[in-house]
Design a protein around this ligand. Structure first.
Ligand code: 3PG
Length: 305
């Protein structure tokens, strides 16, 4: 059996070594395709593998057609919007993710960017502190819960919106539940987005919500660029000169926003929320264990299709 790690944005070397150990201990062969720039490279190398480990790499019908022996694909991470789930199912391929394994890394970056915005992008002008401020967390999943934990360490008041999470789970974490999205945006100086990109959420955060934010509001997006209505965002930043937007998921109109709203927007050059040695090791090795568990024993606990 062969297992391919295909990562356009590679894992730390130590994580790759951990993956290798898991795969080889199971008696399987590890293939590695890193930093590829051409989809043709993936199509060529995927042709004879039984298991596939990816990050944000796209696995669509063309990749699945090329992967004649593929039985399982594991997204080493949380979001699996990069996998065509219907195509995976019709190709008889099990798709999985590794929930929670990289969530602390993403949550820590939320605060890297939150402080940057609160201190005026480190321009040297007088900013403000996080202590005592309100933060609204949009979706109380694994990343959202870590954001809440860290926010409390800063002495922030934490609110969260998540229709899939019982109020009691938020209350147990010392977080105040919010039941509508308008309220979340209107009542919190900081709003941190942690929703997946789905047909219901794509383009769902636009002018109306963003302009509800209080004066000086900061919107932080470490989730997916697709959940933002980018035209609405640009108009909100134009009409509300007090607002800031910081994102680990560069918008399609990043250049325009950087030019028009210099000092009020910041985008990481490449999504790096999960780019820590710890997150790479946790998610990469979890993915390797899941691939082996499926190929050897048919275990599919984290199946998403
Ligand atoms: C995730 O969904 O797990 C994060 O967005 C991390 O993505 P990455 O593995 O491409 O860094």
């Amino acid at each position: 059996m062969k297992v391919l790690v295909a990562t356009e944005k590679p894992f730390a070397a130590v994580a790759v070594e951990g993956i290798r150990q898991v795969v080889e201990t199971a008696g399987y062969e590890l293939k590695l395709l890193e930093k590829y720039t051409d989809k043709a490279d993936l199509l060529a190398v995927v042709s004879d593998v039984d298991g596939l480990i990816i990050r944000s790499d796209k696995v669509d019908a063309e990749v699945l057609d090329a992967a004649k022996n593929l039985k399982v694909v594991v997204r080493a991470g949380a979001g699996y919007d990069n996998i065509d789930l219907a195509a995976a199912t019709s190709h008889g391929v099990v798709a999985e993710n590794t929930p929670g394994q990289n969530s602390n890394a993403v949550a820590e970056l939320v605060f890297g960017m939150t402080i940057m915005a609160a201190r005026n992008m480190y321009a040297g002008t007088s900013g403000f502190e996080l202590k005592g401020k309100h933060i609204g967390i949009q979706a109380f999943g694994q990343v959202g819960r870590n954001v809440a934990r860290i926010a409390k360490g800063f002495g922030m008041e934490v609110r969260a919106l998540d229709p899939f999470c019982p109020d009691s789970a938020m209350a147990d974490a010392g977080v105040t539940p919010v039941h509508n999205v308008e309220e979340l945006y209107a009542d919190n100086l900081f709003v941190s987005i942690h929703i997946p990109a789905t047909k219901d959420t794509i383009g769902s955060i636009g002018y109306d919500l963003i302009t509800r934010m209080p004066k000086g509001g900061v919107l932080i997006n470490t989730a997916r660029k697709e959940v933002i209505d980018e035209t609405g965002l640009a108009k909100a930043l134009e009409d509300r000169t007090d607002l800031k937007y910081v994102a680990d998921v560069k918008p399609g109109n990043a250049e325009e926003l950087e030019q028009r709203f210099a000092g009020r927007v910041f985008f990481t050059p490449k999504k790096m929320g999960a780019q820590t040695a710890e997150a790479n090791i946790n998610a990469g090795i979890a993915a390797a264990n899941q691939v082996v568990a499926f190929l050897r024993d048919g275990v599919d606990r984290f199946r998403v299709n």
